[in-house]
Design a protein around this ligand. Structure first.
Ligand SMILES: NC(=O)c1ccc[n+]([C@@H]2O[C@H](COP(=O)([O-])OP(=O)(O)OC[C@H]3O[C@@H](n4cnc5c(N)ncnc54)[C@H](OP(=O)(O)O)[C@@H]3O)[C@@H](O)[C@H]2O)c1
Length: 264
């Protein structure tokens, strides 16, 4: 029987590429995102070999009920999830003191609370069904210095990495493996949707990677049960440097390599 993957944020960017590549590997797909039209368009564009299915469900992860709704949709249709991809996300741009607290709450709901809720529901089933894989789309921001335009984004991605580590500690013995995928700049709708396209336009071209390449490395790492994956050699090197270079030296290169993000 074909394995089944549940992917959040599957209507564009990294999530859509993951869906496309998993389909080619024989996975059935349950795709979810907020906007139903984009989701249906993504489904129509996926070419699936015979014997596989694609199911879609529009759900806004700002809604506290959304994880339960997604899980119930899978249960009611008899979809057993072998691979959960927690991918949906955006950044909250703008000065911290200018955003309404509700915006931070909604942001944390999508990037953290819904991720915990959906993972909790799926892990329970994975324990019954002899294991499974969980992929978290985190970010290089988890390792980077604080950003002046996205105060919460790095901290929440650091949380995701630690959460993934904790799941491995608790569930590897039950054949459940979590992978924190940490992409650097990836060409998707993310920067426009998050209001930081101007900064993305200034990033040197060699640092902008395709969603296709990020998805390929993310899938390979997850299926091998790797704990952390930093896609592309460029960002592997950058993460290495972020770990070893003294923090006081960051401003020397960060203004050029990460425009707008790491000003003093
Ligand atoms: N692009 C980068 O440079 C980069 C780098 C590192 C990490 N990441 C991470 O990669 C992940 C995917 O982002 P992407 O770059 O592929 O961006 P993207 O092209 O904008 O895709 C984001 C996906 O998340 C969905 N989404 C957003 N808000 C949602 C909500 N409230 N409820 C349900 N779904 C929602 C979107 O669906 P709708 O359009 O229907 O809202 C879309 O399918 C994110 O977690 C992001 O933090 C991105």
């Amino acid at each position: 029987m074909n394995p089944t993957a549940l992917i959040t944020g599957a209507s564009s960017g990294i999530g859509y590429e993951i869906a496309k590549q998993l389909a080619q590997k024989g996975y059935n797909l349950v795709l979810t995102a907020r906007q139903p039209e984009k989701l249906e368009k993504a489904k129509a564009e996926l070419s699936l070999p015979t014997g596989q299915f694609v199911a879609t469900l529009a759900a806004d992860l700002h809604d506290p009920e959304a994880p339960q709704k997604i899980y119930a949709f899978c249960s009611e249709n008899g979809y057993t999830i072998n691979l959960l991809v927690n991918n949906a996300g955006y950044a909250l741009a703008g000065a911290f003191h200018q955003t309404a607290m509700e915006e931070e709450e909604r942001f944390l709901r999508v990037l953290a609370i819904s991720v915990i809720a959906l993972t909790k529901l799926v892990v329970k089933d994975m324990l019954v069904h002899d294991g499974g894989k969980i992929m978290f789309i985190s970010s290089v921001a988890a390792f980077a210095p604080p950003s002046s335009i996205q105060v919460l984004y790095g901290p929440v991605k650091t949380f995701v990495n630690r959460f993934s580590e904790g799941l491995n500690l608790n569930y590897n013995s039950s054949s459940i493996f979590a992978t924190a995928v940490c992409p650097g700049y990836t060409i998707t709708n993310f920067h426009t949707a998050s209001g930081v396209q101007k900064e993305m336009d200034q990033v040197p071209r060699f640092m902008k990677k395709s969603a296709e390449r990020v998805a390929k490395e993310a899938i390979e790492a997850t299926l091998k049960g790797k704990k952390v994956c930093v896609p592309t050699k460029t960002f592997k090197l950058i993460v290495f440097l972020l770990k070893v270079v003294p923090k006081g030296l960051f401003p020397l290169f960060s203004k050029r390599l990460a425009p707008g993000r790491y000003q003093d």
